[in-house]
Write a protein that binds this ligand. Structure first.
Ligand SMILES: Nc1ncnc2c1ncn2[C@@H]1O[C@H](COP(=O)(O)OP(=O)(O)OP(=O)(O)O)[C@@H](O)[C@H]1O
Length: 350
């Protein structure tokens, strides 16, 4: 049974349907991202789950308790949901320990102190017990915010762009650390983000939101390898669309030459059919064009735009009205190149 179940959720702002009959469930201990472009409805869903906004239709049930329905709209404080924001929202005049134990003041002192110390150890901040928020880094403040939310043993944690303010250098380490904390405490979470890397690292599943509907919900690797439609494919990363003909169960033929295929769809009885594939930068390598070598297939490209990023060069290949940025170790600036397909195609579009 799902821990969180959202069924047929619709939210309208006046005439504007912002969420359109959305279904989403989160299992116990699962971390799920709501990932989508600006305006796709992420915050609106979050507000409906927290009770800050009344849904137009639909049901939200958490741990068997009805939070929202046609007749119920439970107040936020009765939902047993922990909220983590990007600005940490710690109480500035309370110490780390007082912040963490703020929500459990009704618990008897000895048990409260034991719980506070356990949580300090969990977030690896025992030595900051008596520090104040302004004495902490952003990452430390966010760890305290999570410990404070965990103290009340919420059924679900909601993260609203919670890592956006953190220094990119430390952000991913902290995200992994917080994921470990949630997994060790078997805490389920819904993470709202427009940052793909964060969603991939932090979450078990990612729900891609498009215009108020879930376009796809999958594990990060399945989302990357098997996007279900054009929107998800392009939203997950830049690339080039190419038509190709099925040659066999493991090979396609395109204008860029032969493409190895290793996907879930069985192509063995579709030989001869034309399909569409999407090539991403990591699948493409470049070879300098050797005019005397006629064995290489595919068109040649002139590299007129290249930038040196430090660890690699990024060359722009232009193909009709599409372009793609390919990473290479060597510079190909002002040279003619052919593409080399480094990884097989997994998804095909009919
Ligand atoms: N109070 C409101 N009144 C009218 N329309 C609103 C209101 N709040 C949001 N909207 C509209 O609802 C749609 C979804 O907004 P929402 O804030 O949920 O998107 P989002 O995915 O969270 O975007 P962002 O990533 O920019 O925060 C947008 O078209 C927005 O303009």
């Amino acid at each position: 049974m799902s821990l969180l179940s959202i069924k047929n959720l619709s939210v309208n702002y006046g005439e504007h349907a912002v969420i359109k009959g959305l279904d989403l469930s989160i299992a116990s201990g699962e971390i799920v991202a709501l990932f989508g472009p600006s305006g796709s409805g992420k915050s609106t869903i979050l507000k409906a789950v927290t009770g800050l906004l009344k849904q137009t239709t639909g049901d939200v049930v958490l741990s068997g308790k009805v939070l929202n329905s046609g007749t119920v709209n439970l107040p936020t404080e009765q939902r047993n949901i922990g909220l983590i924001f990007q600005d940490y929202a710690l109480f500035p005049h309370l110490t780390v320990f007082e912040n963490i134990t703020f929500g459990i003041q009704n618990v008897e002192k000895k048990a409260r102190h034991k719980k506070g110390d356990e949580l300090l150890a969990l977030i690896k901040m025992a030595e900051y017990k008596n520090s104040y928020p302004h004495q902490l880094s952003g990452g430390q403040q966010q760890r305290v915010a999570i410990a404070r939310a965990l103290a009340t043993q919420p059924d679900l944690l909601l993260f609203d762009e919670a890592f956006s303010n953190l220094d990119p250098q430390f952000r991913f380490e902290l995200i992994e650390e917080i994921r470990d904390i949630l997994k060790s405490t078997k805490t389920a979470a819904l993470f709202v983000t427009h940052n793909q890397n964060e969603a991939f690292i932090f979450c078990d599943k990612i729900a891609v939101l498009h215009q108020g509907e879930i376009a796809q919900i999958d594990t990060p690797s399945d989302l990357f390898d098997y996007p279900v439609n054009e929107f998800v494919t392009e939203f997950i990363g830049a690339g080039v669309w190419l038509p190709a003909v099925i040659k066999s169960e493991s090979e396609l033929q395109s204008e860029w030459g032969p493409l190895p295929y290793k996907g879930k769809t069985d192509l063995s009885d579709r030989v001869g059919e034309t399909i569409i594939v999407y090539l991403r930068p990591h699948q493409i390598g470049l070879n300098a064009l050797n005019e005397s070598d006629t064995s290489m297939a595919g068109p040649s490209f002139s590299i007129a735009s290249e930038r040196f990023v430090g660890e690699f060069y990024e060359s722009t290949l232009t193909w009709h009205d599409q372009s793609i940025k390919v990473r290479t170790h060597d510079s190909f600036y002002n040279q003619k190149v052919r593409v080399r397909i480094k990884q097989p195609i997994k998804q095909v579009y009919f």
